[in-house]
Design a protein around this ligand. Structure first.
Ligand SMILES: [Zn+2]
Length: 303
């Protein structure tokens, strides 16, 4: 079964007309799983022909706005266009995400007047009757499962491992994910932030190394700290299967993309090509650019 990986957005919190926030689509024939949904990601999905109603699962790393703000659009448009005809979006994320979702879409949430009107107003009921054959609608189900570091989710033949990744704890939890499939391993380590004085002993770094160990594709945010602790060293074990170190020449050094990029997850020992777009994703995908992001105008220079 083919598994496709698409980099939808690899930007930073900095405003940009070209770049979007974080968003990565992992899909096979049965499911489309979106990891993170930063600013502009729904537009990027539409640009590759994927409608919000086609997303089956959403997985969040952490509650920074550049990873989650377009989730609001995704969820609302998916519900509005798919109600009573598709299952509720299955949502996974760290502790705190359930409260976040309920505060948006629950009966007392920020969008309650909108949702209420779309369920009960006679105009909307007529529209719904024409679309589905019934005017009756229930309040949308909020199918949120909160994950903790060490949890494993079985998802249609895939195993998703969650591990805490050092970032802005204790203000918010940040989970990295390892997806093991019969076609290979995808790892997404999201942002990495460690205080300089604790980086050598930070226990969560070991979890991060486990997440990316022998992954076929690793999406990893690049910043100065993760370089300092060795997670970007070319000889590190995140190089992938086959024991070959990921030489610098094999890495795509700047994948900050202003358009979606797609590859297929494939085990290295199947002799897949290293040419073209696949090569960009074959080993490590570095996204984000670290502390320099926060200087005005820097993002445009890094295109
Ligand atoms: Zn972050």
């Amino acid at each position: 079964m083919t598994i496709k990986v698409t980099l939808l957005g690899t930007g930073t919190p900095a405003p940009s007309l070209e770049k979007c926030g974080s968003g990565f689509l992992l899909e096979d024939q049965q499911k489309k799983v979106l990891f993170d949904c930063g600013p502009g990601i729904v537009g990027r999905l539409l640009s590759i022909g994927v409608k919000p109603t086609e997303i089956t699962h959403f997985v969040l790393t952490h509650l920074h706005f550049d990873h989650v703000v377009d989730f609001i659009r995704l969820w609302l448009q998916r519900w509005d266009r798919g109600r009573n005809s598709i299952p509720p979006l299955k949502i996974y994320g760290p502790v705190g995400f359930k409260r976040f979702v309920e505060q948006l879409f629950g009966r007392d949430g920020a969008f309650a007047p909108d949702i209420h009107g779309r369920i009960d107003h006679p105009i909307q009921q007529r529209i719904h009757l024409l679309r589905t054959g019934t005017a009756v609608q229930d309040w949308p189900e909020l199918a949120v499962i909160e994950l903790s570091s060490g949890d494993v989710v079985e998802l249609g033949g895939w195993k998703i491992f969650a591990r805490s990744v050092p970032h802005y704890q204790p203000y918010l939890e940040n989970l990295g994910y390892r997806v093991e499939t019969d076609q290979g391993i995808f790892a997404y380590s999201s942002d990495v932030s460690v205080q300089p004085d604790t980086k050598a002993t930070d226990p969560t770094l070991e979890g991060l190394r486990e997440l990316v160990h022998q992954a076929d594709i690793t999406v990893q945010h690049l910043n100065s700290v993760s370089t300092e602790v060795g997670l970007h060293e070319p000889s590190h074990s995140v190089a992938g299967r086959g024991g070959r170190p990921a030489g610098v020449q094999r890495e795509h050094k700047n994948t900050d993309c202003d358009a979606p990029r797609t590859s297929h997850l494939a085990k290295r020992d199947k002799g897949t090509s290293d040419k073209g777009c696949d090569a960009l994703l074959r080993r490590r995908v570095r996204v984000g650019i670290g502390p320099h992001d926060f200087r005005a105008g820097q993002a445009a220079k890094l295109k």
